[in-house]
Design a protein around this ligand. Structure first.
Ligand code: AMP
Ligand code: ZN
Length: 114
């Protein structure tokens, strides 16, 4: 049985606020937002992290930047800008082992990140 929380969101076994969905991706609101807009984009196919991408599954992520652009236009942060974060592994703070792009917008972000 798949215990992955993001697979459960994708399969609608757990409620979430989905803002975009197509045959490959789901974008939903982060439950603990760190910015006025904080979304998570996940491939519907389970990949734990970048470290598990190989030639067999790299196509799961094909088209991801077009999805981000479309969501940015629809939710009105295409022009003002946004930050994409993709945590990988222990030192990054990755907690959920299903690859996810954080999409953060509608405030200024500092650099370097904490
Ligand atoms: P990371 O630390 O990169 O693995 O990020 C995991 C993110 O998932 C965090 O920002 C959490 O707030 C978010 N999260 C965990 N559970 C849920 C959930 N059920 N619905 C929406 N976001 C969630
Ligand atoms: Zn998963």
């Amino acid at each position: 049985m798949n215990e992955c929380i993001f697979c459960k969101i994708i399969n609608k076994e757990i409620k979430s606020e989905i803002v975009y969905e197509d045959e490959k991706f789901v974008v939903f609101k982060d439950i603990n937002p760190k910015a006025p807009i904080h979304l998570l984009l996940v491939p519907k196919q389970h990949i734990s992290s970048i470290n598990d991408i190989d030639e067999k599954n790299e196509n799961f992520l094909e088209g991801v930047f077009n999805v981000i652009k479309n969501v940015a236009k629809r939710l009105d942060f295409f022009e003002t800008g946004y930050r994409i974060v993709l945590n990988t592994g222990k030192d990054s703070g990755q907690e959920v082992l299903h690859i996810h792009f954080h999409i953060l917008a509608k405030r200024k972000f500092s650099w370097p990140p904490g």
